[in-house]
Design a protein around this ligand. Structure first.
Ligand code: AMP
Length: 396
């Protein structure tokens, strides 16, 4: 029977599955959306096949239906050799991927107060898949683990120290699997080993974060206690003045409302009043829609500031790396961002930038740029599959 690794990624209303063979090639992938919302749909991408779900399907129901479809299609023969699960928050408990047992489940539950929207759904995926495949190793791969190397000066907020000691209030950082992938991929393109590579990695998707990686180790990142801090995102504000809470109270906006606004009504969506989708915003801006133009401007300026800030953590820069839907595809965002950073000597080649670096192993910088600039497509599922295989093999 061929080795297969199943990767399970449960979001708040979505479920992504991917099946890799022993050489880490994708054999199939699937996506279920609008779970728990009364109009759930699911689709297996590589076989272009819908999967029938009850309209109010839960994560467990979607997972079972999709896995049965994958077994029927012979993509999973019998059982997978390992199952890798994306888990958003590992707190300070998890510095690495880990084999899941009851104690690990309890520890993930303990971290749920730090990520109430994510860890419980991650756990429901873990429980459902363990019930389907009880005899295979299940591995948890944490978004936060890669950033557990942050030094104290980068992870502490300037708050009463007891908040950290008693409740773990600190910066954790997220998108760790993507930043880790950027490290290994860019090291390869730069002709170096990950352990001797120092990069700034900008993951720009619907969620956005940036990381400073020094000789293979994450030393600073823009997201904090939660994924709300840092860059402007699709519908999240990123950094704000905490004084806003008091001010908006005087306007009748309470904490629950503000929480909703900061997470779901801000960022590109809030500024433009139109959409969280960067491609659409760029089109609207081209047609003279001023609020969309402003949204793109604020997005790029904040990003440029953070790129500058990340330099404070590095003593050498081997490359600035763009990834995520926006980072990989938007030549405009990359240009507008680097236009702010002329003092740093980062300089794009207009033609390579326009081609998304496809013809040049990802390089988009000009020959006289002080540092290389690259575009590298991210692949979080692949990192989860590799990590799962590594942990499963270490148990044999
Ligand atoms: P992700 O969350 O990584 O899938 O990224 C989603 C974001 O990437 C959305 O804002 C999309 O509008 C953006 N995106 C995808 N393709 C393009 C493109 N060609 N130009 C600009 N933005 C894009």
């Amino acid at each position: 029977m061929e080795d297969t690794i199943l990767v399970v990624n449960c979001g708040s209303s979505t479920l992504k599955l991917a099946v890799f063979d022993g050489a880490f090639r994708v054999r199939a992938s699937g996506l279920a959306e609008r779970l728990h919302q009364g109009d759930a749909v699911a689709h297996l991408r590589h076989h272009d096949q819908p999967v029938k779900l009850p309209p109010d399907a839960s994560h467990r129901e979607a997972l079972e239906a999709m896995i049965h479809a994958l077994v029927d299609l012979d993509v999973i023969q019998g059982t997978p050799s390992a199952v890798g699960h994306r888990v958003v928050h590992g707190g300070e408990t998890f510095h690495d991927a880990v084999l899941i047992d009851e104690a690990v489940i309890e520890a993930i539950e303990d971290c749920a107060s730090l990520a109430p929207l994510h860890n419980p759904v991650n756990l429901s995926g873990i429980r459902a898949t363990r019930a389907l495949f009880p005899s295979v190793p299940h591995i948890a791969v944490f978004d936060t683990a890669f950033h557990q190397t942050l030094p104290r000066k980068a992870y502490l907020y300037a708050l009463p120290y007891d908040y950290y000691r008693q409740w773990g209030v600190r910066r954790y950082g997220f998108h760790g699997t993507s930043h880790q992938f950027m490290l290994t991929e860019s090291a390869q393109r730069l002709g170096k080993t990950p352990a001797t590579t120092s990069i700034i990695s900008a993951h720009l998707g619907n969620g956005c974060s940036i990381a400073a990686i020094r000789d293979g180790i994450s030393v600073d990142t823009s997201m904090g206690l939660t994924p709300l801090e840092g860059l402007v995102m699709g519908s999240r504000s990123g950094d704000i003045d905490p004084g806003l809470f008091d001010f908006l109270k005087t306007k009748g906006i309470d904490q629950d409302q503000l929480h909703h606004v900061l997470n779901h009504k801000s960022g590109l969506l809030g500024l433009s009043g139109q959409t969280n989708d960067m491609r659409t915003l760029c089109e609207l801006a081209d047609h003279g829609h001023e609020p969309s133009l402003v949204a793109v401007e604020v997005f790029c300026y904040r990003l440029a500031r953070y790129i500058g800030a990340m330099m404070a953590s590095l003593d050498r820069l081997d490359g600035l790396v763009f990834t995520g839907g926006i980072g990989e595809n938007s030549a405009r965002v990359r240009k507008q961002t680097l236009d702010h950073l002329r003092l740093s000597g980062l300089c794009l080649n207009a033609e390579l930038n326009q081609e998304h670096g496809q013809n040049s192993d990802g390089y988009i910088n000009d020959a006289d740029s002080r540092f290389p600039v690259l575009v590298v497509p991210t692949n979080e599922e692949l990192v989860i599959a590799r990590e799962s295989q590594r942990i499963a093999a270490s148990q044999e």
